[in-house]
Unconditional design. Sequence first.
Length: 322
Amino acid sequence: MTLIEANKVWASTLNELSMQLPRATFDARLRNTTIIADNDDTWSVLCQHQHDVAWLDMRLRPVVERTFQRRQPGITLAFVTLPDGNGNGHNHTEPDPEPEPCPEPDQNIPAIDPDQVLAVAEFDPATAGWWQAGHYATWYWAALLGPIAWRVYELIVAEDKRRVKGDWTPPRRYSVSELARAIAAGRDGRPNRNQIRGRWRTNRETGERTWHPGAFDALTEHNVGHVEWHDGSLTWRPWICGGFERKGRAGLRVVYRLSVVTALPLLTPAQVAILTSEHQVSHERYLVERGIDLEAWEAIPIPTLAGGTNVQNFTQLVPTHH
């Protein structure tokens, strides 16, 4: 196949991608790309900038390759850019414009405040949807947490009957069996406590133990919920992700106390990276359509915005009930 023919195939791919992706994303990352080499098993796609190469590799490769391979099965794509000696992908019939001057070293550049990013997202829930309308939360937070953890979250939020909500629901005691019965998502619709609490599994051949996380791990990891437990002792102990251990206390009933955030903020880039490629594309479209600054959002360095940026210990946030 000649390069002319290869670029006709690529043009067809781009046409389909332009209808799948947010317009801003397609225009910035893909519109001006071309095929510059078509080897037997890999085609090289020329991008304008090196950061476009990294962005496409990390964010859009599954979507782009799936669309492309419907036309050229078995061929993978390599996103590349020209070396700086020949420019960075620009047409060099005209000189590049002068770059903007860098700020002076002593210039005070304010760091991005995640709260400012959140403020942008505080639109009218009656018209755009937030927790009240359920659009963002049920599309993206539910996908992040998984169906079991999301259902646990919904159950706890529904229990909060206060007229004036705080940042967190009041802590309430639950048993794992109670939550499992309410969700009943095990085999044949039966309750499965391991889906709530998680469990250790032992490899029969190697004897190695592996922790299979449940809903408590997901809620704790993303700071959506605070989970504590006790087995008859006088103090509540925080849930630790990665494996529940209670050595020497077999036979004693464990009681759990849970509290969750009452409003869910934007996911962070680290959280969106966990989602499927389809959800990542949809999430970017969601931000673009609501005028949220993508560069400011992508610069959020912390793993989660849920629960506030400076989360204190659970026992300091809510009153203790025994």
